[in-house]
Every structure is written in C-alpha cells, then in structure tokens.
Design a protein around this ligand. Structure first.
Ligand code: TRP
Length: 359
C-alpha cells in the first residue's frame, strides 16, 4: 500500500448532527461507506454541533454530551482519526463566514422549499415556531461541504435535497465570482477555473432503513431506532417488536415487509436470505419469531466488535482523549477551510491579505 499522503487523494466530506447516539440507519446509510472509502480518499468527518442548536438552543449540555456520543460511535465503528480528519463545526470559523456569503446566492424561497427541511418541520412538530436559524442550517450545510472542496459526500437518502442545494450554490458562486460559464458541465468546473468541484452525493447500501415500527424511516425522534450502542438484549427486544401483521406460520408472508428488509440488510449469507424468503413467502412453517431471532443474532454479531471498541472510550479519561482527537482534527481542518475561504474572498474582491488563526 502506498504511503497515505504520497499523492493528493480526492476528498470526501460528510457529517452528523449531534442529536443523540447513532443507529443502524446511519450505519447502512453512511457509516459503512465512510469506512470503505477511508483509505482511498482524504476524508473529513464533521460533527455539526452548530446545527444541533437549531432545535435545542436551550439545551447546550445535551448537545455537548451528544457530541461526545457521536465521537464514541465513530471510533467504535472504526472511523480512524489517524487516517481521517474529525472536525468540530463550531471550531471552524470559515464555515460560518462562507454561510453568510452563500446565503446571498440562494433565494429565501428556495431554502424554504427544500423538501428535507419541510419533512423535518413536520416530523419534529416545529409548526411555524422554528427559529430563523433553522432554515439557515441548510445554507450552513453548503458551507460545511464546500469549505473542504470535496468531490463526494456520503450520506443517507434524506440528505440528497441538501446536497442538491449545495451543488446549486457551488455552481452559482463559481459562475458569479470565478467567471465559470453557466453552460459548463458539472464535471468540467475545476478545469473552467472553479474554486470548488460540484460535489456529488454518495448513497449507502441502504439509503433509507425502515424503523422497528415497520413504517417510517429509522429515526431517534420517532422512537423506532436500534442504536449501535444498544445491548444484545435491547436489540432482541426491539427486533421482536417489528410489526408485520402476519397471523400464522403457514400464512404466505410478504417479503417486502419491514422484517425482511432487515433480513436482507443484516443477514450477510445470501443463500440463507434466499431460503428464508422462499419459505416465508410460501408460508412453509416458518414463524415471524424465528426470523426475528435470526435477524437479532445477525445484528448482534455485527455490533459485538463495535460495542467492545466503544467501551474503550467510555472510561473516566475518555472525554479528555476525545477532546484531544477533536482538537487535533480541527487544527488540520482549519488549514484547508481557511485556504478555501481565502480563495473565495479573493474572487469576491475581498482579498486584503492572508490572515492567520491563532490556533
Ligand atoms: N444534516 C446532516 C444530518 O442531519 C448532518 C450534516 C451537517 C452533514 N453538515 C453536513 C452531512 C455536511 C453531510 C455534509 O445528518
């Protein structure tokens, strides 16, 4: 294997909002991709703690605790701060500054039409009482991404609308300030003098994992999530609750139900999956309880090493080590984000000499 930084690798940026611990939906939607790409790309992983304030401004203590939980989950799954850069959003001033500039390039109504924001307003029951900063976070997310000039953004399906907005902002900034012809194909932007490439979303193996309620996507706020840090017993209990509506062992079952989405997602032996699907759909004397037990075992086998690694960071000195990791990553992140900001400001007629953050 070549030395990690022998030649520049294309970049990735993605991130998580610290609203709680991470669940299986995050794992198959995005974390797996991060692990897979960690060696081929220069990876930046962002904890979007500023965004957590959009809905929990009065709960700074919870946000701080969630920030550490996310870090523990990252380390537990095998994201590696030696090979990748872990970034804390609120320690990168260029992100906040770019957000301002980007907010001038996107119509207010366009932000409010963002379907991901609309869904969030509904699912979190925000009504019309959400703060000004709530829709602003979508613009901030464009800055999270573009500050690092990545080519790829590995995310779950729910984030695609945000990435699309980011692509619009990237094109527009490049056209307005870097003289890129509006007819330029997305892939040709770098060659046409653009500051940043037009980044692409990369969706995981399962873009949208259904929750244990069998209806909505897995999500903390809906109470239908299986967490990476759940105990084997909790996993068994939650899997046992997956609703299928099937009555008997001999009733032909519908393999498009939530339970079988889990079968296909977590039982990695393809022959076994095919056999289960076959018997279930024919009602060949196979009960939901049996299938659920196999699913729970498969999930628990997958989570076992993750739980073990997580425990290493749950010790009394754990937070100090996590803080060190985040400080180190953020230092590296600021180097590139500051460079991006400088390039952008220079193109905007705001070049008044390079500044240095006293980090
Ligand atoms: N909004 C994302 C989420 O809730 C988190 C996030 C913030 C993000 N900034 C990002 C994801 C930049 C990808 C790129 O999951």
């Amino acid at each position: 294997m070549p030395a990690p930084d022998s030649s520049p690798r294309p970049r990735i940026l993605t991130g998580d909002t610290p609203t709680g611990r991470m669940h299986l939906g995050h794992f198959v939607g995005s974390l797996e991709n991060r692990l897979r790409l960690q060696d081929q790309y220069e990876c930046y992983f962002l904890i979007a703690n500023m965004h957590a304030f959009t809905t929990r401004a009065e709960k700074p203590g919870e946000i701080r605790e969630s920030t550490f939980e996310i870090l523990r989950d990252w380390l537990a799954v095998g994201m590696d701060p030696q090979r990748s850069t872990f970034v804390l959003q609120t320690e990168v001033p260029a992100i906040a500054e770019l957000s301002w500039f980007f907010s001038m390039l996107i119509p207010f109504n366009r932000v409010l039409r963002n379907p991901t924001l609309k869904t969030e307003i509904e699912s979190k029951n925000l009504g019309d009482q959400y703060p000004f900063g709530f829709p602003l976070y979508a613009v901030g997310q464009c800055a999270d991404i573009l500050a690092f000039r990545p080519e790829l953004v590995p995310v779950g399906e729910d984030q695609v609308a945000h990435i699309e907005m980011c692509r619009e902002v990237a094109r527009r900034f490049n056209q307005v300030y870097a003289g890129v012809d509006p007819h330029t194909e997305d892939d040709d932007y770098p060659a046409a003098g653009a500051i940043w490439p037009i980044p692409k979303a990369l969706i995981g193996r399962v873009g949208r994992l259904v929750g244990t309620d069998g209806k909505q996507k897995m999500s903390k706020s809906l109470g239908n999530a299986i967490y990476l840090s759940d105990s084997p017993k909790e996993v068994k209990k939650k899997v046992a609750q997956i609703f299928t509506g099937r009555q008997s062992l001999t009733e032909p079952g519908d393999t498009s139900n939530a339970l079988f989405q889990y079968v296909r997602c977590f039982i990695r032996d393809e022959a076994r999956v095919a056999e289960l699907e076959d018997r279930y759909s024919r009602g060949d004397n196979i009960g939901d309880g049996h299938v659920k037990a196999e699913v729970a075992d498969a999930i628990n086998a997958m989570l076992e090493p993750i739980r073990a690694r997580r425990a290493e960071y749950e010790t009394p000195d754990g937070e100090a080590r996590l803080t060190e990791i985040i400080r180190d990553g953020t230092r590296r992140a600021n180097e590139i984000a500051e460079e991006t900001l400088y390039l952008a400001k220079d193109k905007m007629g705001l070049g008044f000499g390079k500044r240095r953050l006293g980090l």
